[in-house]
Design a protein around this ligand. Structure first.
Ligand code: 5CA
Length: 442
């Protein structure tokens, strides 16, 4: 994208109503604009980030055998009356009436819709297990929307639902999802630690939340730093083997990790002092096993092996995709701006033309830009170099390719790595190789 022609409204001043770094930076870097309390419009660069995250989530869901669907945002109140949650859910649910006075609602979560759809189609235990997921907008009328997209009212969530014939199979599904989440977060360039959690209004008795360490997090967290060193992308877990899943789960669970609500000082003391990580965490995902809670209340059965009807066992699996944009920034920024992990960044690199109008600079920049126009943000504005550096740092591109008249004459550019500040003098081809190689996720 050419900066001179793009809609990337950056702000020099810090917006006064934004209390935390990610909210300030998302506004300043032109990622989002608020349209009503807790409701945002995603601008071009912000939407790219949201899509990059969603695509990684999708790939890792598919990898463990989950199948993508897309449910409507608007739901019928009747379904929620069937499950008994219509009254229980309270004022967070946005209730709507259509022109025929029929009661509708904007979905805060989708257990009822998916249980109804699946229940109508499944006949036999042979069709199980099934894992279905979607990436879709949700609405919760939060009493205090705050911190920008971190606690919005409308937000983008990956919600997945597992259906199994018995407890053992449901636990396998739960463990598959846990692995898929750990892989997802690692690919996103952040560490999210799974911690045993309460199940709240979703219900059930096995649950973990995943927290990213950041000073502005809403929960206190304590965990064994050894968890940060485990490489889930290299771990050869066969997700079709129950023993593999069990080994994986026992390994994760063997390390201490707890939010302040569940913290156990005695167990904590058995973690070697140098490995104790203590701080605050942002909940970016939550997984629940809740057995037959919905299949019973909504009366969904399949024929079991001996022909008698069985209520399938369920779990639900959420990732806060829009919250992750804020959480990643909380975990990865400095005074100058955002530091995007490679796989999440809206652009792999900014090309900074320090002397627009100089033929050598212009020609070199154009040639570079045309190699991968969708991956680069070409700063072709005739602004001062200082303004370009500041904007590139603010927007957080993993690389800056700096093109000045002296280097350009020799076919050289300066490459800056945003995360470390390292600088390299390189030929155009060397710079391209470095930037695009990193971009492939290697
Ligand atoms: N039905 C289950 C999982 S499918 C569920 O709704 N779980 S949840 O309530 O924990 O939400 C899943 C994730 O959505 C949370 O971990 C959080 O990351 C994100 N989330 C929840 N509320 C908000 C909100 N108000 N703003 C932004 N993200 C949110």
């Amino acid at each position: 994208m050419r900066l001179s022609r793009s809609f990337l409204p950056t702000l020099k001043e810090t917006p006064s109503d934004a209390q935390i770094a990610s909210h300030r930076l998302m506004l300043r870097a032109g990622l989002v604009r608020q349209t009503a309390s807790g409701i945002y419009t995603w601008l071009p660069a912000g939407l790219k980030v949201l899509r990059n995250i969603a695509n990684i989530v999708r790939e890792e869901q598919d990898r463990v055998g989950a199948q993508e669907v897309l449910m409507a945002t608007i739901q019928s109140a009747d379904l929620w009356k069937r499950s008994g949650r219509y009254d229980a859910y309270g004022p967070e649910m946005l209730r709507i009436k259509d022109r025929h006075e029929r009661e509708l609602l904007y979905g805060p979560t989708n257990e009822e819709v998916i249980t109804d759809v699946v229940g109508q189609e499944l006949k036999s235990y042979k069709e199980l297990p099934q894992i279905l997921y979607q990436i879709q907008w949700k609405f919760r009328d939060e009493i205090r929307p705050r911190f920008g997209v971190m606690r919005g009212r409308e937000f983008y969530m990956k919600d997945g639902y597992g259906f199994d014939i018995d407890y053992k199979s449901a636990v396998d599904t739960y463990r598959k999802m846990m692995l898929s989440y750990l892989r997802t977060f690692q690919r996103l360039g952040v560490r999210a630690v799974p911690m045993v959690a309460d199940t709240g209004p979703i219900g059930g008795d096995l649950s973990h939340e995943f927290l990213i360490l950041a000073p502005t997090g809403e929960s206190g967290v304590f965990y064994d730093g050894a968890l940060d060193t485990l490489d889930w992308l290299a771990d050869p877990v066969d997700v079709d083997k129950s023993e593999d899943l069990e080994k994986f789960f026992n390994n994760v669970s063997s390390y201490y990790a707890a939010t302040d609500e569940k913290h156990d000082e005695k167990a904590w003391e058995s973690v070697p002092a140098e490995r104790r990580r203590e701080g605050r965490g942002i909940e970016v995902a939550h997984i629940f096993y809740f057995g037959t809670k919905y299949t019973k209340s909504m009366d969904i059965t399949v024929a079991g092996p001996d022909g008698t009807p069985v209520h399938p066992e369920m779990g639900s699996y959420g990732i806060g995709v829009s919250r992750l944009v804020g959480a990643i920034i909380e975990a990865s920024h400095d005074d100058a701006g955002i530091i995007w992990p490679d796989n999440v960044a809206p652009f792999k690199a900014a090309i900074l033309n320090l002397k627009v109008g100089d033929e050598t600079c212009d020609t070199l920049c154009e040639a570079l830009y045309n190699k991968a126009p969708e991956q680069f943000l070409y700063d072709d504005r005739s602004d001062r170099a200082g303004a370009k550096f500041a904007d590139a740092d603010l927007m957080g591109h993993p690389w800056q390719i700096i093109v000045g008249p002296r280097g350009a004459k020799e076919g050289k550019v300066e490459l800056k790595r945003r995360a470390t500040g390292e600088r390299f003098e390189l030929t155009v081809d060397e710079a391209l190789a470095k930037v695009l190689d990193k971009a492939s996720g290697a």
